[in-house]
Design a protein. Structure first.
Lengths: 223, 366
């Protein structure tokens, strides 16, 4: 079974003469432990594809299947649960909760799912240690460097043991050297766990970390 | 919820403005309510002290005890109505009270009564009286003799009672004969015949409903009107007006509290719209986020209640005695419930905005 199967997906905004096509008959399959880099210019539809794959947006047409989840049939409430339990997100600029420590930022994922307990805390600590942040668990985002913040965001995305992790320009706020380190870390974490990942980037220097590069332009995926 | 709690604890300065505004509102509500309670108590203590549920006035009194006169014959007729367990007379004389060593006379309401009530024991011997504690502030002490009116009718104070003032005049409880003597000697125009009172307090027999008995008395005894104590309280001059004015001000202040909470959390929601979008993207439901916001509003309200309560108690200690202010636990509970409702309504204004935050906004941001 593939981690993500998008078939003939369209996403349009507006109607009639004002219709804007953000994603045009996109078909994409991502294998169970495959890491793909999604590249394309600004406005090409990268973000729309990522949002649809993560259950943040519903497609206008087409099928989206993540593992056993047929997202087209899901209600808004079911999509919220799906995102909470089966997908991990890493956003641009980390987007951590500024008043929580690194560890608490990971625990937010469990907290919104109503999960508590020592096991959850241990998992957060283990993840942070793996990410090289064992000594920074009690620091809040303003006390962390850009690279450290992005590593905390990666830990948060992996906290719920997702089937699919979506990275939205994870290196855009970092310099090249730090960007490479973060990409190496992303690769080792997703490969180590056998998790599928889509990394949206427009930095071609980072694409070699992926198993496959998928290009998108004007909402269409390259064949 | 944990997130909302942590934000409140770790970023208290963020909530300081709303907290301070609500604290001042609580202080205002408690002081306004305390003044109203003190005014009402000073105006109606006589009636609130009664254990009898009914009071009978003369029909031409228009619900005012001051204008009422119930003759001995009417009193006897009331006592004879089936269902009446006890009918005791009550009289009032508003007089100047001269206290030894004090230049200015005190405003005294002299009550002539025949039976004990909730706050006052059985009538003392002629020439003696129980004074309300409010006269203690005027320098009166147990054992002193207070002289009433221009006739200087003497009454020896033999004990204290509390909360029994009437029409903002300080209570002095004497037997019926002493009251009648003081009234007739000092206000000849209002003199009453022996056996006449201004009102008759009625206690029904067991199992008889006061409202039914009131109708029976009015039907059986000519030229009288029977009221419940609550109706009589509402008829005390100025009470309805005071309640109406203060209730309007207090209601408006609660509305202001709701608006403060609504505006504060509306602005806070706009300010953290990006963060809320991220939380929604990682699976937080609108319900969870709204619950967190409600928790914050309630905790701020609780903090404001505690601090505002302490400030109000402090203010009550330093405020001059001339300003009537009574801080009661029931007033605090009323203010707390009102503020919690205002906070809940105020915070609910932001729910719609939270629901409308698109989780997809978290992706593709700068």
């Amino acid at each position: 079974m593939s981690a993500l199967d998008m078939h003939d997906v369209r996403k349009t905004y507006g109607s009639g003469d004002n219709e804007v096509v953000a994603l045009d008959h996109a078909t994409l399959t991502v294998g169970d432990d495959e890491m793909i880099a999604l590249v394309g210019p600004s406005g090409s539809g990268k973000t729309t594809l990522l949002s649809i794959a993560g259950g943040l947006l519903s497609p206008t047409d087409g099928e989206v299947v993540v593992g056993p989840h047929h997202l087209r049939d899901y209600s808004r409430k079911e999509l919220t649960r799906f995102r909470r339990e089966f997908v991990g997100f890493v956003f641009q600029g980390a987007n951590l909760v500024p008043f929580l420590t690194a560890k608490e930022n990971l625990l937010v994922v469990a907290d919104v799912a109503g999960k508590r307990g020592k096991d959850i805390e241990r998992r957060a600590e283990t993840l942070l240690e793996e990410l090289g942040l064992g000594q920074r668990m009690k620091n809040t985002p303003p006390q962390l460097s850009g690279g450290e913040r992005q590593r905390v965001a990666i830990g948060r995305a992996l906290m719920n043991e997702p089937e699919l992790v979506l990275f939205d320009e994870p290196t855009s706020a970092l310099d090249s050297k730090l960007g490479e380190q973060v990409m190496e870390l992303i690769r080792s974490e997703v490969k180590g766990r056998g998790t599928a990942a889509i990394v949206v980037t427009h930095d071609t220097r980072m694409t070699h970390f992926a198993d496959r590069i998928v290009e998108i332009q004007d909402g269409r995926l390259a064949a | 919820m944990k997130l909302a709690w942590r934000e409140l604890i770790r970023r208290p300065s963020r909530f300081l403005t709303a907290g301070m505004a609500l604290t001042l509102i609580v202080l205002l509500l408690l002081v306004l309510g305390g003044i109203l309670d003190a005014l009402i108590q000073s105006s109606t203590g006589l009636l609130k002290a009664q254990s009898a549920p009914l009071i009978v006035y003369s029909a031409d009194s228009k619900g005012s005890i001051d204008r009422s006169r119930v003759t001995a014959a009417q009193h006897d007729a009331i006592a004879a109505v089936p269902g009446v367990h006890e009918a005791t007379g009550l009289g009032i004389a508003l007089l100047a009270g001269h206290i030894d060593g004090r230049e200015e006379p005190s405003d005294v309401a002299v009550f002539g009564y025949e039976a004990a009530n909730r706050l006052v024991p059985t009538p003392p011997a002629p020439g003696q009286g129980y004074a309300d504690r409010s006269l203690e502030g005027d320098g009166l002490a147990v054992g002193d003799t207070i002289e009433l009116g221009t006739a200087r009718t003497p009454v020896e104070v033999i004990g204290w009672v509390s909360g029994t003032d009437y029409n903002l005049q300080k209570g002095l409880w004497v037997d019926a004969a002493t009251w009648r003597d003081a009234l007739n000697a000092n206000i000849p125009d209002a003199a009453v015949a022996p056996g006449t009172f201004q009102a008759v307090l009625v206690t029904p027999e067991e199992g008889v409903a006061p409202a039914d008995l009131a109708g029976t008395i009015d039907g059986a005894v000519p030229s009288v009107t029977t009221l419940t104590i609550d109706e009589a309280i509402a008829g005390v001059p100025g009470v309805a007006e005071q309640q109406s004015v203060f209730t309007s001000i207090i209601g408006t202040t609660f509305a202001v509290a709701g608006i403060v909470v609504a505006l504060f959390f509306a602005l806070l929601t706009i300010e953290r719209i990006g963060l809320l979008g991220v939380l929604k993207a990682i699976g937080a439901s609108s319900r969870t986020l709204a619950a967190g916001l409600t928790l914050q509003a309630l905790l701020i309200a609780a903090g404001a209640l505690a601090l505002g309560g302490v400030l109000a108690v402090g203010l009550a200690q330093v405020i001059p005695d001339a300003v009537p202010l009574t801080l009661s636990s029931s007033r605090f509970v009323f203010t707390a419930v009102g503020l919690v409702i205002s906070a809940l309504i105020g915070s609910a204004i932001s729910f719609r905005r939270i629901i409308r935050i698109d989780p997809a906004s978290a992706v593709g941001g700068a």
